[in-house]
Design a protein around this ligand. Structure first.
Ligand SMILES: *[C@@H]1O[C@H](CO)[C@@H](O)[C@H](O)[C@H]1NC(C)=O
Ligand SMILES: *[C@@H]1O[C@H](CO)[C@@H](O)[C@H](O)[C@H]1NC(C)=O
Ligand SMILES: *[C@@H]1O[C@H](CO)[C@@H](O)[C@H](O)[C@H]1NC(C)=O
Ligand SMILES: *[C@@H]1O[C@H](CO)[C@@H](O)[C@H](O)[C@H]1NC(C)=O
Ligand SMILES: *[C@@H]1O[C@H](CO)[C@@H](O)[C@H](O)[C@H]1NC(C)=O
Ligand SMILES: *[C@@H]1O[C@H](CO)[C@@H](O)[C@H](O)[C@H]1NC(C)=O
Ligand SMILES: *[C@@H]1O[C@H](CO)[C@@H](O)[C@H](O)[C@H]1NC(C)=O
Ligand SMILES: *[C@@H]1O[C@H](CO)[C@@H](O)[C@H](O)[C@H]1NC(C)=O
Length: 641
């Protein structure tokens, strides 16, 4: 991992000179833009506080944790137990909050609620501004009584998904296929390279905790969250998650690591009727095939590989030996299974929003307290702690915890157990000792040409060739052909000096990029989840059929879910599956540009029909009848030189 080592060394150097730089730059006044916030020159805390044992780098981490813990008030401990969304204010300022959107200000959450764990919400489209903003947030945190630094986390942001609840598009970061595409490549080294690079880019702007990997097994093809899994096979997912964690953690977990939150324990794949448990109608997870154990296999691999944090899903299990309550409320799942049976020693953070009703993108979202809806907010908080969870995701209600302790429902010692784990992670990441990022370095690291090129290569390699009639691909002598195009801008073909026409009838060949079928759902938030039928409706099938009839067609389907497309397999002259790719990557593969060729193998079966999907069991892999394509399918270009 030459590149990664190189960047590590550079960051070491940057860390060393950064303190000097940050202090000087403040003295010298404004930045060149003259507008952006600067880091304060001095810590407002009195100098004598700097010599407290927990600040002493030479002490061992356990001693620093204990020293800090015994200085903390109940309120300060309660604040550590919450981890919620944080967004940047206009022009890199601290967000002032929005009462209508039930969003508290950054200052309020850090200063009054004593919170220090946040997940970054929103796209990164100005690296410098994001890095400066991160330093500003950190500076605010260091101005609190104890100066506990914040830990910034993030959902995936290196691919194409754009859904405030699951991930952000890459923008300034290097852009890779979704994790399904990483799985399609069947290459643990590639996964580790990806994770190494994502780590460097995260760290550059202060993200020190990844709210991933997502290692649910896609045994129920309709589930709306398959796109960010590694597919249907427990062995493959187990193999890849090890490489994934290695990349984010580095050689040894420490000051150059990004912590990881493995999810969704104990495997979110077996969703009843393929619905998702963000929503009331999708709260059930079922095991009609008695296959609970299969879904644990990747989690066991992750634990053996040093998984740091674990996130139980929203769902509640139906018809198992466990209570029918959401996994984070479930002591049998968190304490007995995860901690005792599987021996997990790290942090358990709940999924977002289990206590408080809220609005997401203008849509009313009741707390996902599945199976315990009848409990009050206070009781829900107590129940989650009792289950063995350390931290509440997507909530900012430390006052509930203070009340639980003050009324004797929860012992302060119980909080200490979780706060210890959470503080140890911060110390281990080196956040107390090096809380800031180097803004100049961030600009050099994030989206640098080398990382971008590797991401683009991965987009091409992940392409999965499912049909290639008469070895049509890669296309040769395309200069003489007339193309009909759908699903991407014709300017990409024109830039290659190719001839585009307006109708299939005029064309020699059609190039069509399709989104895998789904049924649109209402609501500002829900609409981002691709759920329901995996087949195109009759209107869309007829529309496509007319094209296939008029002209030989090359089809690229974006498989964020296992599409039911026997008609395309039948009628297209070539069929490609993709898992997050740019139009350029698509065209490079079609034309074999610079030797580009698809190397992907399907990470799941593509079912024959919706009847076959409905008849299959939610928890069993590879059990739809007579699938059109199988896990592992993927052709190669023939070698006719
Ligand atoms: C920091 O110093 C101030 C002033 O001496 C003191 O009041 C405060 O309690 C100190 N903080 C800690 C954590 O000891
Ligand atoms: C952000 O900066 C731009 C350019 O300097 C300025 O025009 C705009 O008014 C600023 N917006 C806010 C909300 O401060
Ligand atoms: C506050 O949030 C509401 C609801 O999302 C939104 O309509 C409004 O524009 C926001 N106000 C500001 C000042 O951003
Ligand atoms: C923050 O949240 C509390 C409720 O926990 C609310 O009472 C308060 O008004 C909010 N303050 C700000 C500044 O957003
Ligand atoms: C998974 O791996 C185990 C052990 O390596 C092996 O026995 C089993 O056959 C594999 N299963 C599949 C579906 O590849
Ligand atoms: C979930 O399972 C329970 C128990 O079998 C059942 O009563 C309920 O209708 C199912 N579906 C939903 C959405 O709750
Ligand atoms: C297609 O690309 C051209 C050239 O980049 C651009 O001007 C045009 O707006 C694009 N069209 C669409 C529909 O995005
Ligand atoms: C059929 O599917 C197309 C494309 O997915 C969609 O635009 C259309 O609204 C759907 N029609 C019906 C009747 O559902």
């Amino acid at each position: 991992m030459v590149a990664s080592t190189l960047f590590k060394r550079r960051q070491n150097a940057f860390v060393a000179f950064f303190f000097a730089v940050s202090f000087i730059s403040t003295a010298s006044g404004l930045s060149e833009s003259g507008k952006r916030p600067r880091i304060r020159a001095t810590f407002p805390r009195p100098a004598e506080n700097e010599t407290l044992p927990y600040r002493d780098v030479s002490l061992c981490i356990d001693d620093r944790v204990e020293d800090l813990l015994q200085r903390m008030t109940l309120e300060e401990k309660a604040g550590q137990l919450f981890h919620t969304q944080l967004q940047m204010g206009p022009n890199g300022t601290l967000d002032l909050g929005n009462a209508t959107a039930q969003r508290n200000s950054t200052d309020n959450m850090i200063g009054e609620k004593h919170m220090t764990h946040f997940n970054l919400v929103g796209n990164v489209d100005d690296v410098r501004m994001n890095a400066e903003w991160y330093n500003l947030v950190q500076e605010r945190a260091l101005r609190t009584r104890l100066g506990i630094p914040i830990t910034l986390s993030s959902d995936p942001r290196h691919a194409f998904t754009e859904n405030i609840g699951t991930g952000f598009a890459a923008n300034e970061f290097s852009q890779w296929p979704e994790s399904l595409g990483l799985a399609a490549m069947r290459d643990p080294d590639m996964v580790q390279t990806f994770a190494n690079i994502a780590r460097e880019e995260y760290m550059a702007i202060g993200i020190r905790s990844a709210l991933h990997p997502q290692i649910d097994l896609s045994t129920e093809p309709r589930w709306a969250r398959i796109g960010n899994t590694m597919g249907e096979d427990a062995n493959l997912t187990s193999q890849l998650v090890v490489a994934y964690l290695k990349g984010f953690h580095g050689e040894e977990f420490g000051t150059h690591s990004v912590s990881t939150v493995t999810k969704h324990f104990p495997g979110g794949g077996p969703m009843e009727n393929g619905e998702d448990s963000h929503f009331t109608y999708g709260k059930n997870q079922t095991y009609p095939g008695k296959n609970f154990e299969y879904h644990l296999i990747p989690f066991k691999a992750a634990i053996a590989a040093g998984a740091r944090q674990m996130l139980p899903y929203y769902s509640r299990p139906i018809g198992t030996e466990y209570e029918e309550v959401g996994f984070a409320f479930n002591k049998g799942i968190v304490t007995n299974l995860l901690r005792k049976e599987l021996g997990f020693k790290g942090i358990v953070v709940s999924d977002w929003g289990l206590i408080t009703d809220t609005y997401i993108r203008g849509q009313y979202m009741p707390a996902r307290a599945w199976g315990v809806e009848y409990l009050t907010e206070l009781q829900r908080a107590a129940r989650i702690l009792e289950a063995g969870v350390d931290q509440f995701g997507g909530e900012q209600r430390p006052e509930l915890i203070v009340e639980l302790v003050n009324t004797g429902v929860v012992a302060e010692k119980r909080l200490d157990v979780s706060v210890r784990l959470l503080l140890r992670e911060k110390f281990t990441l080196g956040l107390f000792d090096n809380p800031f990022v180097d803004v100049e370095a961030a600009e050099q690291v994030v989206g640098n040409p080398y990382f971008v090129r590797l991401g683009q290569e991965a987009q091409r390699k992940a392409y999965t060739l499912l049909k290639n009639q008469d070895d049509l691909l890669p296309l040769k002598d395309a200069g003489n052909l007339k193309f009909y195009v759908e699903g991407f801008n014709i300017s990409y073909l024109e830039a290659r000096n190719l001839h585009v026409v307006d109708t299939p009838e005029e064309a020699d060949l059609a190039l069509i990029r399709l989104q895998a079928p789904y049924e649109p759902r209402p609501g500002g938030f829900e609409a981002a989840y691709h759920a329901g039928s995996l087949a195109y409706n009759a209107t869309e099938k007829a529309r496509q059929a007319a094209i296939y009839k008029a002209v030989p067609t090359i089809v690229d389907v974006y498989l964020d879910r296992p599409a039911v497309i026997p008609e395309i397999a039948e009628s297209a002259v070539a069929l490609l599956g993709s898992f997050g790719s740019s139009p350029e990557a698509f065209l490079d593969v079609v034309f074999g540009t610079d030797g580009a060729h698809p190397l992907g193998k399907l990470p799941f079966d593509l079912p024959r029909s919706m009847e076959a999907v409905e008849a299959s069991f939610e928890d069993l892999p590879f059990d739809t009848k007579d699938p059109v394509f199988r896990f592992g399918d993927g052709l190669r270009f023939s070698q006719n030189c």
